[in-house]
Design a protein. Structure first.
Length: 350
């Protein structure tokens, strides 16, 4: 049976992302759903039910990549992957579903146990592999809500030194920083205030979503998670949470300008952290130091800044796609989901 549409799924611990890619390679649609899996598997089932409304009536196949197995409701990643696969196969159908196994290729539901280490958290590999089919060489930087992937690629293949999260952290290919969920306390220990250094509380009072609301760089479509205190998402709410990080309060009469300045400092600190990891990647010599930076994910605006500072060409993930104008941003936001669907078009389905 011919396949009309390939559905790519990127199953994360905080979001569920999917893409629809026509057999000719055109991206038809891309969608993101909030899915805080730490609240239980029912959250994934609810997100899948909502996503089902986007599934086509025509013949289709499902290509899946997942990082959700690391969520701490599971005792370990192996168990997590097994339970996730059970839910996904039950909802999507075993016969028309394949899991992306990176270096191991495509894995059917009956081989999940055998290839669990290859399937776990391999979404970065799919995105870099796809980018390598579009550009001769470059460095993919995918900045999401929680993490950043930095993967050089050349001659059609990712040039990675690590594969597991443990290895990739060691090689600076995975940086645990993102533009929404990362706690402010994970970025700096102190900030400049009134001519002195003010220590930052080691408490989850504010996140980087608060920072980028204050800088005006957080797209509301990426602002899907609850705030640290469960309260509002206006700029003054973010300033109030940021003030609490410094052991004080935000007073309305002082306005937002002081807090916007602190937010800019924090944003710069995060950008420099990603930049330092990029310097490690450059130092390896895997790709030409003049090769472009490919920006993907909700935080790709940071990649654009890094490229400008380094005098390098910036390529948006959406620039490598054929898709309607109104799909471009969502496709770049859901890069791994788009990538697995694109790669799935190239394989033989039983």
């Amino acid at each position: 049976m011919s396949v009309d549409v390939y559905i790519g799924w990127d199953v994360g611990g905080a979001h569920l992302k999917l893409s629809q890619v026509h057999r000719n390679g055109q991206v038809i649609g891309a969608y993101q759903y909030v899915s805080p899996l730490w609240e239980g598997l029912k959250v994934l089932e609810e997100a899948l039910a909502a996503a089902a409304e986007c599934l086509p009536a025509s013949s289709h196949r499902h290509a899946i990549t997942t990082t959700a197995e690391l969520v701490d409701i599971f005792p370990d990643r192996h168990v997590g992957l097994r339970k996730l696969a059970a839910v996904l196969c039950r909802v999507l159908g075993t016969n028309r579903t394949r899991f992306y196994g990176g270096r191991a290729g495509w894995i059917g539901a009956d081989n999940i146990e055998r290839y669990a280490p290859e399937i776990a958290s391999a979404n970065w590999h799919a995105t870099a592999k796809f980018a390598a089919t579009r550009l001769a060489e470059g460095i993919l930087i995918d900045i999401g809500s929680t993490t950043t992937d930095i993967v050089p690629f050349r001659d059609g293949q990712p040039c990675h030194r690590g594969y597991s999260d443990f290895e990739r952290l060691h090689h600076a290919e995975l940086v645990y920083t993102g533009i929404v969920r990362t706690p402010v306390m994970a970025i700096v220990r102190q900030v400049p205030v009134g001519g002195r250094w003010q220590p930052v509380a080691a408490e989850l009072f504010a996140t980087m979503a608060d920072v980028y609301r204050l800088t005006g760089e957080l797209d509301e479509r990426d602002d899907m998670q609850e705030t640290a205190d469960g309260a509002g998402k206006q700029a003054r709410d973010s300033a109030r949470r940021l003030a609490r990080m410094l052991g004080t309060d935000m007073f309305e009469e002082n306005g937002l300008d002081p807090w916007r300045a602190i937010a800019r400092y924090l944003a710069e600190a995060q950008l420099q952290a990603v930049g330092k990891a990029l310097q490690v990647i450059w130092s390896r010599g895997d790709v030409d130091p003049e090769s472009p930076l490919v920006g993907a994910g909700a935080g790709r605006f940071l990649v654009k800044k890094l490229a400008a500072r380094s005098g390098l060409t910036y390529t948006d993930f959406a620039d490598m796609l054929t898709c309607p104008v109104d799909v471009r941003c969502e496709a770049a936001r859901c890069a791994a989901a788009v990538a697995v669907a694109q790669l799935a078009r190239l394989i033989e389905w039983a």
